[in-house]
Ligand binder design. Structure first.
Ligand code: SAM
Length: 214
């Protein structure tokens, strides 16, 4: 597959064009548990790739981060601004595609994403490229579904290709196309999700916490 093939966001627009929040209004548990240990001072700039309806970014904004989301979905943008207004915070939201995005370099103290699954060719090329947007010392936090999630019914892509293999993804995120990254946590875990009707029950996930060192 062409790694520079843009994605179609219409499926996500359909998912988010409802009154309820597809993945709930609370932040992802793994992202929250790591970000709570970090300080938005002295650099509050934080990027939330593929944050959909903005639940992670809005929570982070409440914690003092200057949150920016990029995501394919214009409907997600509306929901994010609604959730931000409910909490009296602001989040910058850019409808954009990972493959097309022009990232600021050496900028963010935090990049955090949950359930950001793309075709492998896109992930291999563009996730390491995205990590150059971290400032030195900046943190990357991610949760996604592991390949064995196909045994569970708690959400995630139904295509084996779109699911994550720990060693493969870790090699990409710490490989020659990425900046120099320390691995603070990288594991396959079995957990019990309780985010929404779409993400509820036993699940097989990968959880990363990396830090840019150079
Ligand atoms: C399963 S949803 C997760 C949303 C959010 N991270 C959460 O946990 O609530 C996946 C999100 O990835 C976004 N997405 C998928 N491919 C993308 C791409 N190439 N560039 C930007 N966003 C993308 C979709 O628009 C959607 O909002």
């Amino acid at each position: 597959m062409n790694p520079d093939q843009p994605s179609d966001g219409s499926m996500w627009d359909q998912r988010f064009a409802h009154d309820h929040f597809a993945y709930g209004k609370e932040p992802n548990v793994w992202l929250k548990s790591v970000v709570e240990t970090l300080s938005p001072e002295p650099n509050p700039a934080a990027l939330f790739p593929a944050d959909g309806e903005g639940r992670n970014a809005v929570w982070a904004a409440r914690e003092g981060w200057q949150a920016t989301v990029f995501d394919l979905s214009a409907e997600g943008e509306k929901k994010c601004h609604r959730l931000a207004a409910e909490h009296g915070v602001k989040v910058a939201y850019e409808v954009d595609d990972l493959v097309l995005r022009d990232f600021a370099t050496n900028h963010y103290a935090l990049i955090a994403c949950s359930w950001f699954h793309t075709p492998p060719a896109v992930r291999k090329k563009h996730m390491p490229r995205m990590l150059h947007a971290l400032a030195p010392g900046g943190h990357f936090v991610m949760e996604g579904y592991h390949k064995t999630q196909l045994n569970f019914s708690s959400g995630g892509p139904k295509s084996f290709d779109l699911l994550f293999d720990l060693d493969e993804v870790l090699a990409e995120l710490t490989g020659p196309e990425a900046p120099s990254m320390d691995v603070i946590h990288a594991a396959v875990e079995e957990t019990v999700l309780d985010e929404s009707d779409l993400h509820r029950g036993p699940a097989a996930v990968i959880r990363f916490h990396l830090m840019r060192t150079d």
